[in-house]
Design a protein around this ligand. Structure first.
Ligand SMILES: [Zn+2]
Length: 365
């Protein structure tokens, strides 16, 4: 990925959002513009609604309040991020055959005090809600929450879902050095479970200083390895610490295909068998793979074979489409799903949008 240094420009849409990314303005412009609107996606001759569950944005006012760049995807160099106009954003969605994008904001506020966190989240969630209300046919959004204050995060989530119409929460894979399985976060998990909303877990690269040090150097390893590793650690703790037993109704969706966990999950089943002295009796209650198969994952695994394998491990019904927009990881996310071998039409329809709409409580078009 080119390490361009570009700067935040306030080219916000109707409600003060920018679609952020490193060098994305250039990347997006290099794609063919959608001139004739969306080319519909058909499965068995019937038009389906396609949903991108993994799409980023930032709220410039919140960025200014935090006095730091919007969270990026893991460069050690503190890249500033470019804003992008709504028309350009929609053109790329049309080109990619995405009917609806579910926006999330990568957390970069987990270390700030309660007053500032309260205000940042208020501004972000109100901006997301206003934007989505104005463009309800193309956008939905996950709430941001101040997870370093779990009681506050629970209140923010409830307000965002019940009053603002947001569709769940997007959180990091750890919170200022604390694992998501830490009992301090139980109030948040309890609230998410009782509301029945999905929690989208997106890794924060370099969240662990020791690991970040090892991932320095050429190749942006903080991102390419650090991100899937962070997700793997986060999900594993939620399983092995019993969090998912305590809150069995949780709906968790992990970015980037769940990182490394689904592709090597059977080792987790054998750990406590091989080293029983290292495991608390009865925790977790079931085989770890049972929990992996119960969570949801985006399709950002790059090749049809990788997606075929993810489907084989967790089932087509557990996968939703994700692009990581505006980071230019993928050009043709729909074709990626359609090209995956072994999928039935119902599987394709589920991955491309149906499962996401069910998780989000959105009616199809
Ligand atoms: Zn992302």
């Amino acid at each position: 990925m080119p390490n361009r240094r570009v700067f935040l420009k306030d080219v916000a849409g109707a409600a003060g959002l920018v679609f952020v990314g490193c060098g994305i303005a250039e990347a997006a412009q290099s794609r063919p513009a959608a001139r004739a609107g969306r080319r519909p996606v058909l499965v068995r001759g019937r038009r389906i609604t396609t949903v991108d569950m993994h799409a980023h944005c930032a709220v410039p006012r919140a960025v200014e309040m935090l006095k730091r760049p919007a969270a990026n995807q893991g460069s050690d160099d503190p890249l500033m991020l470019a804003g992008q106009a709504l028309a350009q954003r929609l053109a790329v969605m049309d080109t990619q055959r995405i009917d609806m994008a579910v926006l999330s904001i990568n957390p970069n506020w987990y270390d700030v005090d309660r007053d500032l966190a309260t205000e940042v989240i208020r501004v972000q969630n109100e901006s997301l809600a206003a934007f989505c209300a104005a463009h309800a046919d193309r956008f939905a959004a996950f709430a941001s929450v101040a997870l370093q204050f779990p009681d506050l995060a629970a209140q923010q989530l409830e307000h965002a879902v019940k009053t603002l119409g947001l569709r769940g929460a997007a959180i990091g894979g750890s919170v200022a050095g604390k694992e998501l399985a830490d009992p301090m976060f139980h109030p948040f998990w309890a609230k998410a479970e009782s509301l029945g909303v999905v929690v989208f877990i997106h890794p924060q690269p370099a969240a662990t200083p020791d690991l970040a040090r090892r991932l320095r150097g050429n190749g942006l390893l903080t991102n390419v390895i650090g991100n899937p590793l962070e997700t793997t650690i986060a999900l594993s703790h939620l399983i092995f610490e019993g969090t998912l037993d305590r809150f069995p109704g949780l709906k968790i969706c992990a970015a980037h295909g769940g990182g490394y966990l689904p592709s090597y999950m059977n080792r987790s089943d054998h750990g406590c068998v091989t080293f029983p002295a290292q495991c608390q009796a009865g925790v977790p209650k079931e085989h770890p793979t049972a929990y992996v198969k119960r969570m949801f994952y985006d399709s950002l695994v790059f090749t049809p074979e990788a997606l075929r394998h993810l489907v084989a491990e967790v089932g087509a019904g557990r996968i939703v489409m994700g692009t990581d927009y505006p980071y230019p990881w993928v050009d043709a996310p729909v074709d990626h799903v359609l090209a995956t071998p072994g999928l039935a039409d119902a599987d394709r329809e589920a991955i491309l949008g149906k499962t996401a709409m069910q998780l989000l409580g959105i009616a199809g078009t």
